[in-house]
Design a protein around this ligand. Structure first.
Ligand SMILES: NC(=O)C1=CN([C@@H]2O[C@H](COP(=O)(O)OP(=O)(O)OC[C@H]3O[C@@H](n4cnc5c(N)ncnc54)[C@H](O)[C@@H]3O)[C@@H](O)[C@H]2O)[C@@H](O)CC1
Ligand SMILES: [K+]
Length: 494
């Protein structure tokens, strides 16, 4: 798992390390790592044009020292200083000694020079940045965005809040971010994620000074470790039985997608109960289907309730019935609307509950999501005593104790009708294995979000995706995270 940290946590961890190391040593480590990533991105360094955007803090110092190293390898480096009086003095001398040039940001030659650069290094603001970019910094940012060079942010893209990912106005649109010591949360969540590009972590020795993270990102390997493969002793019941309560006679789509996703994730046994029975039977002969309610479905190990289920009295009764059980329940879509009216239905539960709102559904519980998505998900989870999976570009999963997962596999291609129903089915299937795997509820939800994103990425390789493509790609997504070569994945190659 990759720990995700706030700017404050990183600062607190840096303090003892700074005290224990020679002055400037940490910055040298940072600059060496930064220059080496830039060198790799450029391929050949000799003769390449590099522009440094330099602010008044240590972030600018990192850029200047890295620029000096690149100049030492023959790059043509020019530093553009936002505040020439306050630029890092030692960094500036090092750059000059290596043959680098210096310009003030106010110099009319600066924007065209940035536009022509092969690589632009954004050292305007780091974790000490507050508020949005000022006008001069915005102009340099536009010049970089309009140029053809590789845009690389130092530590964090200038203009994002390193802890929340909030962007107030304009932020540097990096293709790569070279971050030091720890991955800052703002690089993976909210608008910050879209500005960070590919994140490269450079170790500077912060390791054991960091606190245990309270926010994490799962890797493919982490997800694989949480998906127990079927064993020789398993039968269809022991792999986890999911009950899907979704859709209606008029709108069977959500039920079909949700049931299919559950089957394709963990093909033990999926039971369906509800008005879309005919549609589900036609699409998934593998499912056990009834027109009745949850009580007619047979035994299950987890319920999924809500997608396309409506908000009438009957739907409310179904929701209340499953929430009164001691089984894991995933509450989505229409059932969230119902739950927002009667949150005590979930507050009085002790069994695992996962709510999967998007922003508008989240707001029905009282407050809008706002710009701090991790904070928002944690607040609602603590308030309701349930796991909250807040959907988004980077889906955030928070448990009532505050442990949080930020999904890294999401893609904009998933913003299409029905993909939420697929996520619910996947999550239901993973939750149904809790009885045998002992998997933590928030981790189960995070595993589902990861697989959902993986399936989305695989499907999007072939062009625009629809929700059904996600279902088709799920076995391949599971195989991908578990390291199974695609050629061995049977009919999912179609
Ligand atoms: N502390 C350390 O041990 C290390 C820090 N490193 C670098 O240092 C950075 C943090 O350095 P700083 O604390 O100097 O912070 P910054 O480099 O982010 O700069 C803060 C400075 O910018 C000004 N400022 C804040 N918001 C502004 C805005 N919106 N517009 C214009 N000016 C603004 C402040 O007055 C302050 O002087 C990290 O992000 C990282 O790049 C690395 O060198 C690794 C080691
Ligand atoms: K920066």
């Amino acid at each position: 798992m990759i720990g995700l940290y706030t700017a404050e946590e990183v600062r607190a961890a840096e303090a003892p390390l700074l005290a224990a190391t020679a002055e400037g040593a940490l910055m040298q480590r940072a600059a060496a790592g930064l220059a080496s990533v830039c060198g790799r991105l450029l391929g050949a360094v000799y003769g390449r044009r590099v522009a440094l955007l330099v602010g008044s803090g240590n972030n600018g110092g990192d850029a200047l020292f890295a620029g000096a190293r690149l100049a030492g390898r023959g790059a043509r480096v020019t530093a553009v200083l936002l505040d020439p009086e306050r630029a890092h003095p030692a960094g500036l001398s090092a750059l000059r000694r290596s043959g680098g040039r210096v310009l003030a940001a106010s110099d009319p030659a600066a924007p065209p020079l940035i536009g022509r650069a092969d690589l632009v290094l954004d050292g305007m603001l780091g974790i000490g940045g507050r508020g949005g970019l000022r006008r001069d910094a915005v102009e340099l940012t536009w010049a970089a965005a309009g140029g053809a060079g590789i845009a690389v942010a130092v530590d964090v893209p200038s203009g994002i809040d390193a802890s929340t990912g909030e962007v107030d106005g304009v932020a540097f649109p990096a293709m790569h971010t070279v971050t030091f010591g720890a991955v800052k949360r703002g690089l993976v969540v909210g608008e910050g994620r879209g500005h960070a590009g590919q994140v490269h972590l450079v170790e500077i020795g912060l390791g054991h000074h960091l606190p245990v993270a309270t926010a994490w990102q799962l890797t493919d390997a982490d997800v694989a470790a949480r998906l127990e493969p079927p064993s020789a002793g398993d039968d269809k019941y022991s792999q986890g039985v999911v009950g899907v309560l979704a859709g209606s006679a008029t709108y069977p789509g959500a039920a079909v997608l949700c049931t299919g996703a559950a089957l394709r994730t963990r093909p033990g046994l999926v039971r369906y109960a509800g008005g879309a029975a005919d549609g589900v039977r036609a699409a998934w002969p593998e499912a056990l289907v009834t027109e009745g309610g949850p009580g007619d479905a047979g035994r299950v190990q987890a319920w999924v309730v809500g997608p396309g289920g409506g908000t009438d009295e009957g739907a409310r009764a179904v929701l209340a019935e499953v929430l009164a059980t001691d089984l894991p329940v995933l509450v989505d879509a229409d059932a969230l609307t119902l739950l927002a009216r009667e949150p005590e239905l979930v507050r009085r539960r002790s069994a695992p509950t996962v709510l999967t709102p998007h922003d508008r559904e989240f707001e029905r519980f009282g407050t809008p999501v706002g710009t701090d998505r991790i904070g928002a998900a944690r607040r609602l989870a603590a308030d309701l005593g349930a796991v909250v999976l807040l959907k988004g570009d980077a889906t955030v999963v928070a448990d009532p104790g505050g442990t949080t997962f930020v999904n890294g596999t999401g893609t904009a291609d998933l913003a299409t009708a029905g993909t939420g129903d697929v996520l619910s089915g996947i999550a239901g299937a993973v939750l149904a294995t809790q009885g045998t795997t002992g998997l933590d509820t928030a981790e189960a939800a995070a595993v589902a979000a990861h697989l959902h994103g993986r399936a989305g990425r695989l499907a999007a390789r072939r062009g625009p995706l629809i929700a059904g493509d996600l279902v088709r790609r799920l076995p391949e997504a599971v195989g991908h995270v578990c390291g199974v070569p695609p050629a061995l994945l049977g009919d999912s190659q179609a």
